[in-house]
Design a protein around this ligand. Sequence first.
Ligand SMILES: [Zn+2]
Length: 221
Amino acid sequence: MRLERLREELVDLHAELLRHQLVVWTGGNVSARDPETGLIAIKPSGVRYDDLTAASMVVLDPDGAVVEGDFAPSSDTASHLYVYRHRPDVFGVVHTHSRFATAFAAVGRPIPVYLTAHADEFGGPIPCAPFAFVGDDSIGRLVVEGIGRSPAILLRNHGVFTVGPNAQAAVKAAVMVEDIAATVWAALQLGTPDELDPEAVERLHRRYTTVYGQPGRRSDP
Ligand SMILES: [Zn+2]
């Protein structure tokens, strides 16, 4: 079986989506690009999370030809592949309909930086892309166009895409965007939160991405 370790990691990462309550039924997916071969492994379409196994993952080349797998790949595959083809720095992509982030997407509202944790992780507002239909690479195009240096983007009337230097980092971004969206939603019920000014955001982000954490392990997601 090709990319065995990557497939096993994907099983664990889909379990993380459930554990953090980012998905219900089969409505979300994780993919990962193998740095050596450039092949991409992704969730099979319509298979429930509890039934996912390493062997059920679908392996594709960047143009979408199935290299290995008995199932059809996720219906979001064309968009994942578009992101990989246009972002050589991205090795993990996640899509969810997580509740609070998707509430912002439903009203087409980007999330400004009100919180230090948001500045740390994202380094700027979380953008919201216009609406696109699922099925072809339209969503992937909007993700690449709109995401900038943010690891997350909202999709109008739909949900969230996140990217990362590996699949775990992309899952972490999916967890963080939902956490931030939930807190910001609560703050908006209480009043009008203050936006952090861009200089403060930059300073927090720089510190978090260069100084925070254990020496020698700073690139850990
Ligand atoms: Zn979706």
